[in-house]
Design a binder for this molecule. Sequence first.
Ligand SMILES: *Cc1c(COP(=O)(O)O)cnc(C)c1O
Length: 411
Amino acid sequence: MSESGGRASEPAFKARELDASDELAGVRSRFVLDDVVYLDGNSLGALPAAVPGRVEDVVRRQWGELRIRSWEESGWWTAPERIGDRIAPLVGSGAGQIVVGDSTSVNIFKALVGAVRLARLGDPGRDEIVVDATTFPTDGYIATSAARMTGCTLRPVTPAEVPGVLGDRTAAVLLNHVDYRTGRLHDLPALTAAVHAAGAVAVWDLCHSAGALPVGLDEHGVDLAVGCTYKYLNGGPGSPAYLYVRRDLQARFDSPLPGWNSHAEPFGMRPDYEPADGALRGRVGTPDILSMLALEAALEVWDGVSVESVRAKSLALTDFFLECVARYVPTGRVESLTPAAHEERGSQVALRCADAGEVMERLIERGVVGDFRHPDVLRFGFTPLYVGFGDVERAARALGETLGAGGGAAG
Ligand SMILES: *Cc1c(COP(=O)(O)O)cnc(C)c1O
């Protein structure tokens, strides 16, 4: 091999080249970061630099000085819809279909019970809820309760099995766009079409896709969707989640949590509930303004950034990570659970590894932060807005050194 060929094949050299031609490289300066390689943005996104100042203003001026006037003058009352419209282009939604508020878990409840009610408008006999059996636990717990409350039978199946179990008894189907453990990207267009062909209602959980890849909610005719904002949307710990209700379903969306904030006339203080029009029908009670306005400031990092460019970089990052792992990690020590095919890959790489918990502790000591998922998975999330190719190379090298140096189990 020639000298230049040898150099070009060095991962560290390649990382510098990739970083030099990365059109998103400058976005990293919109975040507060240090020299830790942060590969856990799929659990808690990093802090956008605009957030502390905004939170200070919201607390000191809007709350401290304007006090109750801020509900009007600082736009507090309309924040759930306004911030929903800010998230909308990131998930392929037109304006007026997303409200922000409550946790993902609560929104799954609203969406799933709402979905069963919608399905039964067309056919009252529908009595099954299909749920991804491998889902993030909260989705399964909520689906179990939603099934009990609506008198439905719950059918937990793998996403691949979903088309085979759909039928005229299916009311609603709750699916994850990207599997939180393996990073597998599911086929949202095809699965949504299959659910619709059965006359059922599709509910998608976007926690691990929104902000990392194009979702295309409107384009693919998704009925209802939910997602959190503290992962790839960097809204901060416990930042409020969101609920999407497709425009043509809004008039029939019957929320199981009809609070005064979704009343047609909230300040009429009337004893009878009459739902508001539009997406704000998904609201419940008084919004968590401090978190919500921190999220609004966090979303400014997206100014001038397209989800398509984020997706392109995300795939390049995960490809490069897998390449560096193959190069640095002793053969057989890890096994990738993340699909090799781009169309089946989210923005994370999950590696099965003996003693994964201990291995991750060592990586964190070395300044490489990913996470461990029980029982044997090392999970590395790649947030293209602030992770570079040099970070990827360093992480893989640290992993190789940790495992090569006798880290983890011997066998
Ligand atoms: C992160 C995540 C959640 C989190 O739910 P919370 O109510 O915000 O705690 C739910 N579902 C999935 C698939 C997730 O990845």
